[in-house]
Ligand binder design. Structure first.
Ligand code: AMP
Length: 415
């Protein structure tokens, strides 16, 4: 199988490692890729959000499967353009990707499918914003209605800050605050059959103890020792299958990766958000534990044959990833700094590039992450931090408490 992987972040580096490790994958091309991905794939230049350019590249490299990593190409219709060339693609159509591209659309689907989620209003002016904030009270949850790379959400007790964010975004979704630990559940689907991966937890806030602004994610771990034993079955029954059925009913089946972001509240799991692609950095830990060959799994989803795919096999133990971010991230990351200590197994590249001399430099807010597995969560956590300790990047920062609460048994479901 010849595979073209679209994207160039940490998620795509993790996907590239998984695909390269599948004996059925005879050639892996990544576009545009990054210096980490270059170790396992041939890199090609492409604008990931240009449907015609990606489709042409897929034809040129004779891809049997195109895997689309990030959300922007999906929303731009890249999967549709590739499919139109008769090439199998892992990633939903632009219509189905609206599940991520529009919070209002996602709420509409959830309502129609009776999926448990926070009550919400879409607001377009200050008066509507004020009414919604009054109704739900603090903490206030204000979300940009469009794609915002995980950073368009403000959760705050500060009413003025909530109103400011709403004014800056224009059209927003304001919703009820959901309390309880968060879970990211990835589901591989061909539109009908659906296979859950291991639940993971990520860390959205920039600072230790979940302080500071939201980011794209500062670390992750899997599996979740504290999760209720029936969690995945319940979410498949109450969330995933009703959502997939509703999208089929609308004539826009969702094939690809359905990412279900949940809060485990006292009344059970509630959907915080859907994404239309693998999450970053949870992908790094989930795929580190997946033993089943990745290419075959994604190909089955892309070709409508997932129902015949054998059950997934998982490695024992746990995985942890710790993100190293550039100085100033998330507000205004500084780029162009030299990175050393990053050319090692377990270092996943996210925002890196090589300059003309071949020196590795930072090129984004989340620069790289140290990903490690271990016989248990504590061992994986220690190994991930050991990887990060050896990386040097001026001004960089990382959280020091990734997986700590789970290791210490401090995560409880309120009730
Ligand atoms: P989203 O982009 O919708 O995933 O939101 C980013 C983060 O904001 C989530 O991971 C949560 O930590 C937080 N968040 C979003 N919606 C809610 C909510 N209704 N209640 C509590 N926290 C939320």
């Amino acid at each position: 199988m010849r595979v073209l992987l679209v994207g160039g972040g940490g998620r795509e580096h993790a996907l590239a490692l998984g695909l390269a490790g599948d004996p059925a994958v005879e050639a892996l091309v990544a576009a545009p890729g990054n210096p980490g991905i270059a170790g396992v794939a041939q890199l090609r230049e492409v604008t990931p959000t240009d449907p015609a350019a990606v489709a042409a590249l897929a034809v040129e490299v004779a891809a049997d499967l195109v895997v689309i990593g990030p959300e922007a190409p999906l929303v731009a219709g890249v999967a549709d353009a590739v499919r139109a060339k008769g090439i199998a693609v892992f990633g939903p159509s632009a219509e189905a990707a609206r599940l991520e591209g529009s919070k209002t659309f996602a709420k509409d689907v959830m309502t129609a499918a009776a999926v448990p989620t926070a009550r919400a209003y879409t607001c377009e002016d200050a008066a509507a914003v004020a009414r919604a904030l009054d109704e739900f009270g603090a903490p206030y949850v204000v979300k940009d209605d469009g794609l915002a790379a995980g950073k368009g959400v403000v959760v705050t007790d500060d009413r003025a800050a909530a109103e400011r964010h709403a004014a800056e975004c224009g059209r927003v979704v304001i919703e009820e605050y959901l309390s309880g630990p968060e879970v990211s559940l990835f589901v591989v689907t061909d539109g009908e059959a659906a296979v859950p991966l291991l639940p993971a937890q990520d860390f959205k806030r920039v600072g230790d103890g979940d302080t500071g602004p939201n980011t794209g994610g500062m670390g992750a771990y899997a599996p979740l020792p504290w999760a209720p034993p029936n969690l995945v079955d319940d979410v498949m029954r109450d969330v995933v299958h009703p959502t997939l059925a509703e999208l089929r009913r609308r004539g826009t089946p969702f094939a690809g990766l359905l990412y279900v972001g949940l809060a485990i509240t006292p009344s059970g799991p509630r959907v915080i958000e859907f994404n239309a692609r693998f999450g970053d950095p949870e992908t790094q830990v989930v795929l580190a534990l997946l033993e089943t060959p990745l290419g075959g799994l994604l190909h089955a989803a892309a070709t409508g044959t997932l129902g015949a795919h054998p059950p997934l096999r998982w490695r024992d133990g746990a995985a942890v990833t710790v993100v190293v971010a550039a100085e100033g991230y998330p507000a205004g990351p500084r780029t162009g700094d030299v990175i050393t200590g990053a050319d090692r197994a377990g270092i996943i590249h996210a925002g890196t590039r090589r300059d003309a001399e071949g020196t590795l430099r930072s090129a984004g807010g989340r620069v790289l992450c140290g990903t490690a597995t271990g016989p248990d969560l504590a061992a994986a956590r220690d190994a991930a931090y050991e990887l990060v300790r050896d990386v040097e990047l001026a001004g960089s920062h990382h959280r020091t408490d990734i997986a700590a609460a789970a290791v210490d048994g401090r995560i409880t479901i309120p009730g």
